[in-house]
Each structure stands twice: as structure tokens, then as C-alpha cells.
Design a protein around this ligand. Structure first.
Ligand SMILES: O=C(O)CCC(=O)C(=O)O
Length: 382
């Protein structure tokens, strides 16, 4: 009922439909009132502009209880609206069937950003044609950094604009278990900054638990080791980064589209509160269904795989926010999702000079790909 009360009618509709499906399975043993479900479903469809469906569910309500006066009035009202102002009241959904059916590249273009987020959460979009020959993978040791010479990072470029890199198998089972163990006692309902009050508060668009981990939580040194690995493969210092943030989503948990960098003036100019230049998102679990990380502006989608991490730049070389990096954590439908957000380092972090990049690239195994990775990791045009 939360989604209903918060006027999130799309989700309300989905939950009501799921209730209908379960009622169908459970038959008469359920205590849920079928009329009540039709009533809510009808109202959600009405609010979404789908009058034919609203009328349909209200008629089903009447089959259950033919004397229901409000349902009788509503059917008459919906039918009148459909008859007199069809263009205004019949949403495309009515003609097209269920949401998501018949999506095309053109229909995606005209979607709102929120609809793009929802569509990507349902499943991946085809990658742009020009990517066919360009997505690559390679081993990476960042200028022969000793730890990475011993164990190079397996990098996969999964999207070009913005560059999104997957670092495959970057965490071991032991490290992931340790992070979850450390996070257990400190997890709390996640918050987000309220634009009006400026305070961190629980928000309906961010449903998860989170907790901040620093090396002082971990006498066994796992947190330090992971910080060092991040420094090694990015060349960025963690000394100005935030602590690692462990996040845990239960069923229905999600984080709607947002930027990791601050968009207000102060984030760019305030010397103390420096902006986040990059994000590393480690996945500490697979997710059975749902839970993808999606980028609705560009149509990118990452399905979490335990042990992998995603990396992208939030700020451009100029220090401006990269508006293409708007991203979201999709609702978890089955299972749980564990992640760790790291780095999101702040603007004064050290970047290695390009010159080093170009020279060292010549010695690496895969010159073209590694050069591209190094230079984009350092935000230098190749
Ligand atoms: O869970 C995800 O996939 C994204 C998380 C995220 O964007 C965040 O916490 O800032």
C-alpha cells in the first residue's frame, strides 16, 4: 500500500496485479478481498490515464458486488469520458496492451526518463550498432603496479559514452564475506539529501540499508586492502575519498535515477565539500531477478555479478558533471542485492599525467585497448 499512498500508481498497479495472480493461485483460502484489489487497480489505471482498463476493473468489481454504488457511478463516469473525449483520456497503453510490449527504438526515444529507467529495469536494450566491433576486454596492470602485475585486473569495456568498465572478479569470496560481516551491525535505512531542508532523510526513491566502513572497523585489514586495490587500478588516491559504503537491498529495494556528483553550485565551488569524480560499484552478490544498475539517458544496463565491479567517471576533465552518468539501482524482484560503493573520490584526488599513460601503454600486452583504458581512466583523449 506504500506505493499507492505515495501516489506511485505504476508500481501500485504492478503490485495489485501480482495480488490478483496470487489470489488466483490461493483461491478462496485468501483473506484478501477481491473487490478491494479491483477497486485499487481501477483507481491506479484511472490515474495513469488508462480509462478503458479502469472501466474494465470496475466492471469486475461489480461482478463481485453488483450493488456497489460507487463502482456503478464510476463505470458510468469512465464510459462517458471515453465517449466524449477519447483523445484526452485514452492513454496509448490502452491500445498497446501491457506496458513494455511493442517497444521500438523510436518509442524509447519518446519515453520520459522515468519510463526509460523502468524499461531498462525490465530488460536490456540492444546496444548501439556502432558498438559491435568496439567493446573489448583485456588484462590491466596500470603501469606495472606490482600488485597488479601479480594479479592483473580483468577489464571489460561495456559502454562507450559514458565509458563504463566492468572489473571482473576483482573481489574474492573471502573479501566479500568480510565486508558483509563488517557491515551487518552498522546497516541502517539509507537516506538521501532533501533538496528543501538540505538534510539527509529517508526517501521513497531510495529503499535500501547502508553503512559506512573504514579501516578502523577492520583490524584484519580487508578494508585497507580493498582501498589499496582501488588506488592501484585507478591511479587515484583514496586519501580524499569517502569511506566505503555498503548497501543492501531487500525485495523491492531500489534507488531511482540520480547522479553521484552534486549538481548544486556549492558542490563545484566549495573547497571543503569537493565533488565526486568517479564511482566504483562492487557487487557482493548476484541478484536472482531485478537489481540491475541502469543508465536511463544512454540506455546502458549492468546485471550484477558477484565479485565484479563497475567503474565510471562522474566528472569530465573540465570538472563539470557528466550528465550522461545518471544511473539507478533497479528494484530487486527476487533475492537480495549487496553492493559496495567506493572511491567517488573528491576533486583534489591525484590523477596520473597522460605522458606516463602513453609511455607505459607501449609496454602493455594489448596496446590499443590498454591505451584506451588508461587514457580514459585518466580522462585523457587518445
Ligand atoms: O545499486 C545500484 O545499482 C546503484 C547504487 C547507486 O547508484 C548509489 O548508491 O549511488
Amino acid at each position: 500500500m506504500d506505493v499507492y499512498d505515495s501516489k506511485d500508481y505504476r508500481y501500485a498497479r504492478d503490485w495489485m496485479k501480482e495480488t490478483l495472480r496470487l489470489l488466483d493461485e490461493e483461491g478462496h483460502s485468501s483473506t484478501v478481498d477481491l473487490s478491494d484489489v479491483y477497486d485499487h487497480l481501477s483507481f491506479a489505471e484511472y490515474k495513469l490515464g488508462n480509462l478503458k482498463r479502469a472501466a474494465h476493473y470496475t466492471r469486475l468489481m461489480l461482478q463481485n458486488d453488483p450493488t456497489h454504488a460507487r463502482a456503478q457511478r464510476n463505470v458510468a463516469y469512465f464510459e462517458e469520458l471515453i465517449r466524449t473525449e477519447p483523445e484526452k483520456y485514452i492513454n496509448q497503453d490502452d491500445e498497446r496492451g501491457e506496458e513494455g510490449e511493442g517497444e521500438t527504438a523510436e518509442s524509447r526515444e519518446s519515453m520520459t526518463q522515468y519510463e526509460r529507467y523502468q524499461s531498462l529495469c525490465r530488460g536490456p536494450w540492444p546496444l548501439p550498432k556502432e558498438y559491435d566491433s568496439e567493446l573489448t576486454c583485456f588484462y590491466y596492470d596500470n603501469h606495472r603496479t606490482p600488485s597488479l602485475v601479480i594479479r592483473p585486473v580483468k577489464v571489460e569495456v561495456v559502454f562507450h559514452k559514458p565509458r563504463i568498465f566492468m572489473l571482473r572478479g576483482i573481489l574474492s569470496e573471502r573479501e566479500m564475506d568480510r565486508l558483509k560481516e563488517l557491515a551487518g551491525p552498522i546497516l541502517k535505512r539509507a537516506t538521501a539529501k532533501n533538496a528543501d531542508s538540505g538534510k539527509d532523510e529517508p526517501a521513497h526513491y531510495r529503499i535500501s540499508k547502508s553503512g559506512w566502513l573504514s579501516s578502523k572497523h577492520d583490524p584484519l585489514g580487508y578494508v585497507d586492502r580493498i582501498d589499496r586495490r582501488i588506488e592501484d587500478f585507478t591511479g587515484l588516491t583514496m586519501s580524499t575519498a569517502e569511506q566505503l559504503q555498503v548497501v543492501n537491498y531487500g525485495i523491492g529495494g531500489h534507488y531511482e535515477p540520480h547522479y553521484d556528483f552534486g549538481t548544486d553550485e556549492a558542490s563545484f565551488t566549495d573547497g571543503k565539500d569537493r565533488n565526486r569524480i568517479a564511482t566504483v560499484l562492487f557487487y557482493l552478490s548476484d541478484v536472482e531477478l531485478g537489481g540491475a544498475t541502469v543508465f536511463p539517458i544512454v540506455g546502458a544496463r549492468i546485471q550484477p555479478f558477484k565479485g565484479d565491479a563497475a567503474f565510471w567517471w562522474n566528472l569530465k576533465k573540465s570538472g563539470e558533471g557528466d550528465m550522461l552518468t545518471r544511473h539507478a539501482g533497479c528494484p530487486v524482484l527476487v533475492g537480495t542485492k549487496w553492493g559496495v560503493l567506493a572511491l567517488r573520490a573528491q576533486a583534489l584526488s591525484i590523477m596520473l599525467p597522460c605522458l606516463v599513460c602513453r609511455e607505459t601503454c607501449l609496454e602493455t600486452r594489448n596496446i590499443i585497448n590498454a591505451n584506451e583504458f588508461l587514457c580514459s581512466l585518466q580522462q585523457v583523449d587518445t
